[in-house]
Design a protein around this ligand. Structure first.
Ligand SMILES: C[S@@+](CC[C@H](N)C(=O)[O-])C[C@H]1O[C@@H](n2cnc3c(N)ncnc32)[C@H](O)[C@@H]1O
Length: 385
């Protein structure tokens, strides 16, 4: 839905990205964005040109309100960055002064203002606040925002322990602001200084798995992935097939293929910068000889992948985008897989059995075979004929 984001003198028309989403009633901005933008204006905080860090701006509602300043838009989501660019174009706004940074990029020093949309992942919150601590000064103004129901006392404790004295605003339209005084008096406990990157052992094949803060199944193997790993296509040890691990997360699916067929050319693709980096490090560490014939890309599904060129796509699809439950990503992943597969190529997926993925696969591929199932999951295969 093209939703008018009208605050004071700026009228922005914003869309969620990708723009074809099935649930067209979802907005591209929320009450917390509105509250933040209003607050900046009411408090006259934008009267001179500032260096502003904007964290986790979903589709540009914050950054695109600030294009006359020097803005750094930091996100772990490639899709959010694409959404921001798309909405800038729609609104004829120049991005000359807006720099897009991934969650792995170095932050600019001594920003004047930090606008922080609180992420869903607590580990990403801690990781980003730890990074911020390194670059803010006592003069930096820090304001976070979210739906009031998501701001628990435990969340405020995290802000206080990483940044300094923390207070909150009254709730407006069920959103709340969080203010931190960056007085440098806080001495974060040693454990909080540690990076939120986690390591665990993939039992099925004893692989050492590294997970950056925002990676899906960062703490342990996903139950769907566990079933999937037991029902991957059978490959000979000397197979060199071209395979895509779509929505790779930490790369456990592709890594499990390399464990039996180390010469396969696997392309690990995800929309999370931290996921792709995790997968890259996991292949380099566990299969250094395979690393040179594997590829790693951030992408929105398979938008930038060559057509008719791949033997197998493996996928454990997501079923939400940011906080919204949706099946549009799975639908796009299956359509994109059809496009990139060679004739005779296979898409194999795992899915919660209630999601009815077999209907989508039959519609796109004209066929769908049940490979295995248990009470919760199905493993499905579709061939491009
Ligand atoms: C259910 S997780 C699966 C992760 C991993 N393959 C596993 O089995 O543990 C789905 C993954 O899809 C990624 N994802 C979500 N939307 C995407 C998109 N539009 N394009 C590419 N990847 C996406 C998420 O970041 C997440 O890592």
């Amino acid at each position: 839905m093209l939703s008018p984001f009208l605050v004071h003198d700026k009228n922005l028309y914003l869309e969620r990205y990708p723009t074809y989403q099935v649930n067209r009633s979802l907005q591209a901005w929320d009450a917390a964005d509105e509250y933040l933008v209003n607050y900046l204006s009411e408090q006259a905080l934008l009267n001179s040109k500032l260096t502003i860090l904007v964290f986790n701006d979903n589709f540009g509602a914050l950054s695109l309100n600030l294009t006359e300043h020097r803005v750094f838009a930091i996100s772990d989501s490639f899709i959010s960055h694409q959404g921001l660019k798309h909405n800038a174009e729609q609104n004829h706004l120049s991005l000359d002064e807006v720099k897009l940074l991934s969650s792995l990029d170095k932050l600019p020093a001594e920003p004047d203002l930090v606008l922080y949309k609180i992420p869903k992942s607590n580990s990403l919150l801690k990781e980003q606040l730890a990074q911020l601590r390194q670059v803010v000064s006592a003069n930096t103004i820090f304001i976070a925002a979210d739906k009031a129901k998501n701001i628990q006392s435990s969340t405020l404790k995290v802000f206080a322990s990483y940044l300094g004295t923390t207070t909150t605003s009254l709730a407006v339209k069920k959103a709340r602001l969080v203010f931190c005084q960056l007085d440098n008096k806080v001495q974060a406990a040693n454990e909080q200084q540690f990076s939120q990157t986690k390591h665990w052992l993939l039992e099925q094949n004893s692989l050492d798995i590294t997970n950056y803060a925002n990676v899906f199944a960062r703490d342990k193997l996903d139950i769907g992935a566990r079933v999937f790993i037991d029902h991957l296509p059978t490959l000979s040890a000397d197979s060199s097939k071209k395979i895509i691990d779509l929505g790779c997360g930490n790369g456990v699916i592709g890594l499990s293929v390399l464990n039996t067929a180390p010469q396969c050319q696997i392309h690990f693709v995800d929309e999370s910068y931290m996921a792709v980096q995790s997968a890259k490090e996991n292949v380099e560490h566990n299969f250094p000889d395979s690393f040179k014939h594997c590829q790693f890309s951030v992408d929105d599904c398979l938008t930038n992948i060559e057509e008719n060129n791949v033997d197998i796509v493996l996928c454990n699809p997501p079923f939400h985008q940011q906080n919204a439950t949706t099946d549009h990503i799975a639908w796009q992943m299956f359509n994109d897989s059809f496009k990139v597969l060679k004739k005779g190529g296979e898409l194999r997926i795992v899915g919660n059995r209630q999601l009815g993925y077999h209907i989508k696969l039959k519609r796109i591929f004209g066929n769908c075979k049940l490979i295995a199932s248990n009470k919760k999951f199905v493993i499905l295969s579709a061939i491009k004929r």
